[in-house]
Design a protein around this ligand. Structure first.
Ligand code: PLP
Length: 384
């Protein structure tokens, strides 16, 4: 049967029909009064989603563009920064920082393991002269499904006093509690095709007053990604350049849907689908890459030992039109990743687990009894 693809990857994520319909409207002028109203509503709801009174701006970029904006607006060449790297996206933070001439000190952890907050504490405490200008972290490391302990690392940054805390929240915003004001997070970047339930094309950055102070003296050249331009326009319910009008229509509806569900319920839903997915993989004797205590609520990485990860992906796609993500870099061919981010329900998770079991039978996997995964997931879902 054709035409029923199921997207279970950590971005792009599934898009609700209401959002797709909103995006199908003819565009209007982005300088019109009607569109100003759309921007005003979106801006207010973005602040709600970010749990912040800080500025939140929308950029026409992918998530990486939001990350780049988070670097070039707040630092000068030669500034010392600490970068956490325990996966593809942490590594990218390091590459962006180096590309713009920062003095980068990388704190690494093995892929699949969380960053160790004590290593950050040690470096920050040693820095009595306050040379460290920023600590740059990926909250949910999508390449491995590890959720880093941002709260603890941030406490050490706050104790340091000088450094900004810069966060890639691309697969944590809208998936797990991220109280920006309560924690005092300075710069938080995200992207539309992840927790926002809309297609790719928009990046978001929230900026604290402390970060704006750093902005005033930052000398890395910038033009299109100059966040000052976006703040000035956003304050007038406008945008500095032509925004993707139709994507904004979709965002408007997606944010309305999120508000109707409520943040607590959204987080609980992500926690539940994560727990059910992990229980099922364990029951099927499929090893999980990330430890339970550091499990991302956006994506679960599975590292099968006696059956080929790429064969699983190929078969489940062919047989059921379900897309799972593969591994990146050295994990290519070694893992598959199940996305459960954004518009993903308990029903979707049960469907994937069921289809995965059938796929395993087809591939001759003898590591578990068919049905064990669904049974384990059902237990988790029934208790909720
Ligand atoms: C998807 C993702 C990004 C951004 O990737 P783009 O392809 O530029 O949108 C950044 N960080 C994390 C953790 C991600 O999952």
């Amino acid at each position: 049967m054709e035409g029923q693809p199921m997207l279970m990857i950590p971005g792009p994520t599934p898009v609700p029909e209401q959002v797709l319909r909103a995006m199908a409207k003819p565009p209007i002028g982005h300088r019109s009064g009607d569109f100003s109203k759309v921007i005003a509503e979106i801006t207010a709801n973005l602040k709600w989603l970010h749990q912040t009174q800080n500025d939140v701006v929308a950029l026409t970029v992918s998530g990486t563009g939001a990350m780049e904006a988070g670097i070039i607006n707040f630092f000068s060449p030669g500034d010392r920064v600490l970068v956490g790297d325990n996966g593809k996206f942490g590594e990218r933070w390091g590459l962006i920082s180096k590309a713009f001439g920062l003095n980068v000190d990388i704190i690494k952890a093995e892929w699949g393991k969380p960053l160790n907050p004590e290593e950050f504490r040690a470096k920050l405490e040693q820095d009595t002269e306050k040379q460290i200008k920023g600590v740059i972290i990926t909250h949910s490391e999508t390449s491995t499904g590890v959720l880093n302990d941002l709260e603890t690392i941030n406490k050490y940054v706050k104790a340091h006093g000088e450094a900004l805390i810069i966060v890639d929240a691309v697969t944590s915003l809208g998936a797990v509690n991220l109280p920006i004001d309560e924690w005092g997070l300075d710069v938080v970047g995200s992207g539309s095709q992840k927790g926002y339930m809309i297609p790719p094309g928009l990046g978001f950055v929230s900026i604290s007053p402390k970060a704006w102070k750093a902005y005033e003296t930052a000398t890395i050249p910038k033009f299109y990604l100059d966040l000052g331009k976006y703040k000035k326009a956003t304050d007038k319910d406008s945008s500095p350049f032509t925004p993707p009008v139709n994507l904004m229509y979709g965002l408007q509806v997606a944010l309305q849907m999120m508000k109707a569900e409520g943040l607590d319920k959204i987080f609980a839903r992500h926690q539940l689908t994560t727990k059910a997915t992990r229980a099922a993989m364990k029951a099927l004797n499929l090893p999980l890459l990330a430890p339970d205590e550091y499990a991302s609520t956006a994506v679960t990485a599975v590292m099968p030992t006696t059956v080929d990860a790429e064969k699983i992906r190929g078969t489940i796609k062919k047989q059921f039109d379900i897309s799972l993500a593969g591994g990146q870099d050295h994990l290519k061919g070694k893992i598959f990743r199940i996305g459960h981010l954004g518009f993903v329900s308990e029903r979707d998770i049960l469907t994937v687990i069921c289809a995965l079991e059938t796929t395993l039978v087809e591939l001759g996997y003898e590591g578990a009894t068919p049905g064990a995964g669904v049974a384990a997931a059902s237990q988790v879902l029934a208790q909720s």
